[in-house]
Ligand binder design. Structure first.
Ligand SMILES: [Zn+2]
Ligand SMILES: [Zn+2]
Length: 264
């Protein structure tokens, strides 16, 4: 089984298009790449219903779309028989767990994907970055502490690009077993998106993925595609990476229930 559980429902030019037709373009590209099931995970901050969660201009500027067409497009595509799942990529805001849960409550998610893109108003994969401000070691401490809180919050079924903090600065020898140990009860994604970033690496690194495997943490697969033509891109590399760490199964979600299927 091959799933791609991280993508943004957009038109081919990457503009927001939350329609059944847009879903069907992703479904077609997924079929061409041999992907069995895809899950949409639009950024939650695009939806005006979540405005109360945000304080940074980055989020507030984008918070302009109604969430209903997004949810309805994926639900309708499911009804038409497409192998699609309704997810959402949620920026974890430490201290705003209750408000986040309230914002998510009205909709029939198959899974909720937790992400950390900003901490203390600074970017993890955007500039000005937390690494610039605190140095790599300080930023990594802050990031992995927040990731553990995200995992323990109960808000998320899976965590996106779990070592995103390597975007800027040097990679550091780290206690990956401690990181994996802090993520009990939540899946992590093995993502090919980093192959197309400045560092050119998969998420997460091999040592973290091995530690996660030893701890029994389940995985999903992710392209983080923002256009239909990139669905499933380089997932063969992500699968190889997961196998090298000892994984033999991949997680599927249905209305927030997880199950394991053979990988590949
Ligand atoms: Zn992300
Ligand atoms: Zn994403």
């Amino acid at each position: 089984m091959i799933v791609d559980y991280h993508m943004h429902l957009r038109a081919p030019d990457e503009s927001i298009e939350h329609t059944v037709e847009a879903v069907e373009r992703f479904v077609e590209h997924a079929a061409e790449r041999g992907i069995d099931e895809i899950g949409f995970t639009e950024h939650i901050y695009y939806f005006e219903q979540t405005r109360q969660l945000w304080s940074m201009p980055y989020h507030l500027e984008r918070c302009a779309y109604d969430i209903e067409p997004y949810v309805n497009a994926v639900v309708e595509a499911k009804r038409l028989g497409h192998s699609v799942k309704l997810g959402i990529e949620v920026d974890y805001e430490p201290g705003r767990e209750e408000e986040t849960a309230e914002a998510l409550a009205p909709y029939p998610w198959d899974y909720v994907l937790g992400s950390i893109h900003f901490l203390d108003g600074l970017g993890i994969d955007a500039e000005p970055s937390l690494v610039e401000s605190l140095g790599a070691e300080g930023a990594w401490h802050r990031y992995y502490e927040a990731l553990a809180r995200a995992g323990a919050s109960g808000l998320f079924d899976s965590l996106a690009h779990p070592d995103l903090v390597k975007m800027f600065g040097d990679e550091i020898d780290w206690d990956w077993d401690a990181v994996a140990g802090s993520l009990d009860g939540v899946a992590i994604e093995v993502s090919s998106a980093g192959l197309h970033k400045r560092h050119g690496k998969l998420y997460p690194n091999a040592a973290l993925l091995r530690a996660a495997r030893e701890r029994g943490i389940p995985i999903t697969l992710a392209s983080d595609s923002h256009v239909p033509q990139n669905v499933g891109r380089d997932l063969d590399r992500a699968i190889e990476h997961a196998r090298a760490a000892g994984y033999e199964t991949v997680t599927l979600f249905d209305r927030r229930e997880a199950r394991q299927e053979p990988l590949g």
